[in-house]
Design a protein around this ligand. Sequence first.
Ligand code: C2E
Ligand code: MG
Ligand code: MG
Ligand code: MG
Length: 278
Amino acid sequence: NALGSLVAHYQKGEDQIQLREHSLVSHLPKALEAGQLSVLFQPKINLHNMQLAQAEALIRWQHPEYGEVSPAEFIPLVEGAGIIDIVSMWVFEEVLQQQAAWLAAGFELAVAINFSAKDISNTKFIDQVLAKLNAAPVANRLVVIEITESALMDDFESVIQGIEKLRVHGVNIAIDDFGTGHSSLAYLKHLPVDEIKIDKAFVDGLLDDAHAAEIMQTSIRLASNLGFKVTVEGVEEQPIADALISMGADMLQGDLYGIPQSGEQIQQFILSGQSGAQ
Ligand code: C2E
Ligand code: MG
Ligand code: MG
Ligand code: MG
């Protein structure tokens, strides 16, 4: 009957999704070894001098069967499977290698890395990160760890402990995707962090929606007054950038200033002394 075939249809869809999810997670460790994953770097521009301030490391997976698989899909699966530390450590090592290569080429650049709550609250993981950083030619102040607002709320006490340990060693901390979780800026004033990244969701509609503009202005002002550096991500157009500059943001990130690109491309950009990332 019709209902039966509808149910069967959806079950087939769900089975396929589960198959894909299971396949992604179970193949990830081998995929790392096989060189299917890579790290790209997206510019974060300092609005006080319009220079490249940092780059955010963003992972990419070129899957032999599924093609490009978005981190928005596989990172939550890997987190759920309890093996995110493998990915995070791999990205961290790739970043240190890239920063060392940049140093050898004659410049230093801070890199922001996305860690999950499970990483930050894992004492062994944090100790390993600090040991690797210590052994690398890279200064600790050139590392920024981005933690999503919701991850922070997950496991508050132990995440704060991890954050404090990193900061004692001069590593910087940013709260990512700010505004999408359930915390308030007033609450954030107690957090030992250096930077707040306002989510792209608040950028859309900024120019045509007075409420959106008011929320953005208030967030930037309050975060600045509390002593945080304020980054806005997902900036695609110049008029939006102009509005955010006049609202007092410190850094902007988005396709307007540069899409995620290879470490080599970042190096060419810096050494050629251009003022726009592409
Ligand atoms: P995120 O950390 O908030 O990173 C910003 C995302 O916004 C990136 O997506 C970036 O490519 C995208 N983006 C930046 N500017 C623009 C813009 O102007 N327009 C549009 N439409 N998009 C823009 P991406 O690379 O797909 O990453 C998605 C999310 O996956 C990241 O969000 C982060 O939460 C996670 N992720 C990526 N790499 C890693 C990683 O190495 N480790 C962990 N734990 N998570 C990662
Ligand atoms: Mg991020
Ligand atoms: Mg070092
Ligand atoms: Mg974000």
